[in-house]
Design a protein around this ligand. Structure first.
Ligand code: ARG
Length: 570
């Protein structure tokens, strides 16, 4: 039941009744409808300003004439305020219809078939081999996971891609360092940390002995040429890195359909270079090959280095074409930090110049801001690095301490601590518009009372607890019990949840779901504090329990869509 559409339909009927001759009126009345900032001004407001020209009448007069026309049982009253026509629902009717609509398929509330038959590629996480999973990769992982869930929920076919950073001369250097100073057992045990140490040592020693650089390059050349030893060490580095990353993905509940990364695309760049050449797009620049993007006010896109090596850019061109040809996507999303803005603008422009006209419409860089940790910026080179697995372990420890204090008798405490601790981190990442920088603070993220993951989870558990304690009721719900302001506020938010999900998808902005879910949790708590749910009157109790159940389900869906679990007790 879409109240916006219904009010728009009603407004249309009113227009037809009041102005039967009118022409040139806006077609999409639903888009004109506004939600008044204060519910005392109505559930929806219909602004008459855009009708003024076609009807040759001032907006307040239009509103007045409209309000005289149609009467309907689901609308309690309409009021004219300035150029607005404010609609007030019939509260009892609204509660009945709304809850009937949700309870018909509660877990599907907010889902739709709008993506039916369409495919979206969502690239996220895209970690680099032999590097630790640090806070910088948290946002891409968490935003991407949420977007994948949102698109799925709206009926799209989704393909999730972890575009591994597994190509480049640094792997030659690392092998070189390993051959000189490393040993198998230490790397197996120390994992990525050990590889990082080797890489750091390589760079330090190379400052004193520049010949090392050549050796590193030679090892990379061996990887490229398929040398057996080089490849086996390289693959082993990859396995060790992914083994660590999988632990983080498991804790977060994140999965991928494909791990095809840069090394796979490196094998597909010949065709890209050939095509660019044939289409006359390649230019020489000091021995290197570039695509000139000056007409588009962008620096040149570097395709081949003077030694013939491909670049990040070259591989991204190959990857975009590969995804199109393999998955036939209708949209292809890249969840990557805003620092790479220019890179993606160039990429889509070059694809367009190559004649791939889908690139500009269908490929999107979904950018996000930086994460700092308790006021300190992240820096990968200087050593102040917050590691994601450590952050998640600490989150779980801290959540466990809080649970031990608040609910010492809870079953299954470690699992709930995982859900709550991880939830706190994920929620903090998806709380604000993705483009905003985030400063992560423990106190803020784990506060059970603020706008946090644990707060929303706690509200879900509260709904579960109310329903567990409820007696068996056979009486039919009396919806007149839900006409108070608090119940109506909650119902209004529940009714708008589907719009929030659609908009989150349209704008690739999970925070819209975070906010909608948090608002529902807040509204439920307000309702819970101001009303007795288990009343003496069974019919009133039945209605309040149904409202609780609807809130419970929609909060659960909202949490799921942003990647959080919903523990039933905490
Ligand atoms: N691996 C890169 C990094 O960690 C991100 C890759 C982004 N995706 C892409 N298609 N270029 O910075």
């Amino acid at each position: 039941m879409d109240m916006r559409q219904r009010i728009a339909g009603l407004a249309g009927e009113m227009l037809a009744a009041a102005f039967p001759e009118a022409q040139g009126l806006p077609e999409d009345l639903a888009a004109l409808l506004e939600v008044p900032p204060d519910p005392a001004m109505g559930d929806y407001a219909f602004p008459c300003f855009k009708l003024s020209k076609a009807l040759r009448m001032g907006p307040p007069m239009i509103a007045k004439k409209l309000s005289e026309s149609v009467q309907r049982p689901d609308i309690a009253r309409v009021e004219c305020v300035g150029g607005y026509l404010n609609f007030f629902f019939n509260r009892e009717n609204f509660a009945r219809e709304m809850l009937a609509a949700i309870m018909q398929a509660p877990e599907k509330w907010g889902s739709s078939g709008e993506g039916q038959g369409k495919t979206v590629c969502v690239e996220y996480s895209s970690i680099n081999i032999a590097k630790r999973f640090h806070l910088g990769h948290l946002s891409t992982t968490v935003i991407g996971n949420s977007l994948k869930r949102i698109y799925d929920f709206l009926g799209w076919h989704t393909v999730s891609i972890n575009y591994l950073g597994d190509w480049g001369t640094q792997f030659g250097k690392m092998i070189c360092a390993y051959k000189k100073w490393g040993d198998k057992e230490t790397v197996e045990k120390g994992g990525v940390d050990e590889m990082t140490k080797l890489y750091v040592r390589f760079n330090e020693e190379a400052k004193l002995d520049p010949a090392l650089e050549d050796e590193g390059r030679a090892w990379f050349k061996k990887i490229e040429d398929g040398d057996e030893e080089a490849l086996s060490i390289f693959h082993w580095f990859k396995d060790v890195t992914l083994r660590d990353a999988m632990k983080v993905y498991d804790v977060l509940g994140v999965q991928f359909d494909s791990y095809d990364g840069e090394s796979v695309m490196a094998g597909k760049t010949d065709r890209v270079v050939r095509e660019l050449e044939e289409k006359g797009l390649l230019k020489d620049s000091d021995g290197a090959k570039i695509v000139d993007l000056e007409p588009y006010d962008m620096p040149p896109y570097l395709i081949l280095k003077s030694d013939g090596a491909t670049l990040y850019a070259t591989r991204d061109i190959a990857a975009a074409i590969y995804r199109k040809e393999t998955y036939h996507f209708d949209q292809s999303l890249y969840i990557v930090a805003y620092q790479q803005d220019l890179h993606f603008k160039q990429l889509f422009q070059v694809l367009d110049l190559m004649g791939y006209d889908w690139a500009k419409d269908q490929c999107k860089h979904v950018a996000f801001g930086m994460v700092s940790y308790e006021g300190q910026a992240m820096a990968t080179r200087t050593g102040h690095v917050v590691l994601l697995d450590e952050l998640l372990s600490r989150a779980q420890e801290k959540a466990l301490a809080i649970i031990n204090e608040k609910s010492p008798n809870l079953d299954n405490k470690p699992e709930v601590a995982r859900q709550v601790g991880v939830g706190a981190v994920v929620y903090a990442t998806l709380q604000n518009n993705r483009i905003k920088d985030i400063d992560f603070w423990w106190d803020r993220a784990l506060n059970f009372d603020g706008e946090t993951g644990p707060y929303v989870q706690y509200t879900f558990a509260r709904c579960c607890s109310v329903l567990r304690k409820a007696p068996e009721i056979t009486a039919a719900p009396d919806y007149a019990a839900l006409t108070d302001d608090e119940a109506q506020a909650l119902l209004r938010l529940l009714s708008r949840f589907p719009e929030a999900v659609s908009e989150a998808c349209l704008r690739n902005e999970p925070s819209i779901v975070t906010r909608a879910t948090t608002e529902i949790a807040k509204a439920y708590n307000k309702y819970y504090y101001e009303h007795r749910i288990l009343d003496d009157d069974p019919a009133a109790t039945a209605a309040r329990l149904q409202l609780t159940d609807a809130a419970r389900q929609v909060i659960k869906t909202g949490l799921y869509l942003i990647g959080l679990d919903a523990p039933e007790r905490m």
